[in-house]
Ligand binder design. Structure first.
Ligand code: ADP
Length: 447
């Protein structure tokens, strides 16, 4: 099996094994030192006990010490009297310990023999003005310690190897969902954006990651569907005036008409062309808005004056329909806005009010200075907007009555553009309307 250098699984296993090796090494060292200390304490206690019993015999001996030596225990000892060595057992001589230069210091210590052996020496004065040194080979203690070391040497690598293998398997199992998620995610494309990653345990880290990824997919899918709908709707709306243009042209060519009739046909074609131009312009505005690169150019602007100008520009349309268009505009409110965008929003809202309000109706525009905000209201006595359509009329291409003649309504982009233009200025647009009782569009701009 080939493990890539960047494998998280391998890195986890290596770090885990290294950490474990350090812990186990420290633990083994502690165990070794503890056992060594215990063994030597026990050894020293044994020696001290033996020394105490032996010291009585040495104190009572007549001076030859050979009887005690022949009794055997302890076999390694030497006796000093009057500052000089008076007896050394045969075993002591054989042990090859260094010759003492005088009476050794009292206490317990370790000395090395000539052949490298380690001996524990206990030296204390005893009665009869004698000084006794008893020695004992430490070999048994060191044998035990070496056995312990051998066990540790063998057991440590084996334990680490097992732990590394176990860690590798465990890391593999823990990380398996990541691989599965990557494989699933790799299969998701534009054609199957509705697929989602399976979430085994939504509460663990991987589950949370998968959930976040799924939410991102949902947002992408929504955006993608919106874009598809937009393209389909735009194509559909573009086709209608184009078809009209083509059929008017074709029919005019087939007929033998006088100049006035031709002018009439050309007039119809120009009407369709202007409809087409308006549509393309609206589409361009929305495409630029969607690109997120639209530069909003805010400058201190007198809102009353701006709205008044838009009302005057539209007045001729209202007059054509015998509508009463009034304006009550607070003056002198200067706030930083993108004037072109706000004007576009006002024109779209006013255009709707004029379009949908029956001839002879009334339209009132009010600009109000309120605490912290500026309110712009466009109220009409039109047909109103049914409650179940109210939250959708700001959507692109949304029209309340789809089959309304195209002359009466546009393509359903006016309010979408108005909403975007107002939000780009930091404001919001609200609608208050009841079917049969007119509509009020309210723009709220922060100061
Ligand atoms: P349109 O191009 O159709 O005017 P809009 O986005 O401007 O598109 O408006 C969407 C729909 O909202 C319109 O088709 C219309 O049904 C409804 N609407 C907008 N303004 C009014 C209004 N003042 N009175 C009644 N209905 C309106």
């Amino acid at each position: 099996m080939k493990i890539p250098a960047s494998s998280v699984r391998l890195r986890l296993t290596i770090w885990y094994t290294l950490a474990l090796a350090l812990i186990v090494l420290a633990f083994s060292l502690a165990v070794f030192l503890f056992v060594k200390d215990r063994l030597f304490r026990q050894f020293d206690r044994g020696m001290a006990k033996e020394f105490a019993a032996f010291a009585i015999e040495v104190a009572e001996d007549a001076g030859s010490f050979s009887d005690i030596e022949s009794q055997g225990a302890p076999s390694l000892f030497e006796v000093f009297q009057g500052g000089a060595l008076v007896f050394r057992s045969a075993s002591f001589r054989k042990a090859g310990l260094p010759e003492p230069s005088g009476v050794p210091a009292a206490g317990i210590r370790t000395e090395r023999s000539r052949d490298g052996g380690r001996f524990r020496l206990l030296a204390e004065p005893v009665k009869s003005d004698r000084f006794l040194v008893v020695a004992q080979d430490e070999e048994s203690v060191w044998n035990t310690l070496q056995t312990l070391l051998a066990i540790l040497y063998l057991a440590l690598p084996a334990a680490l190897l097992l732990a590394a293998l176990g860690g590798y398997v465990l890391a593999g199992r823990l990380l398996a969902p990541v691989g599965a998620m990557a494989r699933q995610a790799a299969k998701i494309g534009a054609e199957n954006l509705s697929e989602r990653l399976s979430v085994a345990n939504p509460d663990d880290e991987f589950g949370k990651l998968a959930a976040v990824f799924n939410q991102t997919l949902t947002r992408l899918q929504n955006a993608f569907e919106r874009l598809q709908r937009f393209t389909a709707d735009a194509s559909h709306e573009l086709r209608t005036p184009l078809t009209a243009l083509q059929s008017v042209g074709e029919v005019a060519l087939q007929e033998n008409l006088d100049t006035a009739a031709y002018r009439d046909r050309i007039g119809s074609m120009l009407e369709e062309t202007s409809r087409l131009t308006n549509l393309v312009e609206s589409l361009l505005v929305l495409t630029r808005a969607d690109s997120g690169r639209f530069q909003v150019n805010r400058k201190p602007t007198d809102i009353g004056a701006l709205v008044g100008k838009a009302v005057e520009d539209m007045r001729v349309l209202a007059e054509e329909r015998n509508q009463k268009l009034t304006a009550d505009l607070a003056s002198g409110i200067q706030i930083p806005v993108d004037g072109d965008l706000l004007r576009q929003a006002m024109v779209n809202i006013l255009d709707n009010a004029i379009k949908f309000t029956p001839p002879g109706g009334m339209i009132a525009v009010v600009v109000e200075d309120r605490p912290g905000v500026v309110g712009i209201e466009v109220r009409d006595s039109g047909p109103g907007i049914p409650a179940d359509h109210q939250d959708k009329i700001f959507d692109r291409f949304y029209r309340v009555e789809k089959d309304r003649p195209r002359d009466a309504g546009g393509v359903g982009l006016g309010l979408a553009i108005a909403k975007w233009a107002i939000e780009a200025n930091g404001g919001r647009i609200e609608l208050e309307s009841r079917e049969g009782q007119g509509s009020t569009f309210r723009i709220v701009l922060p100061k």
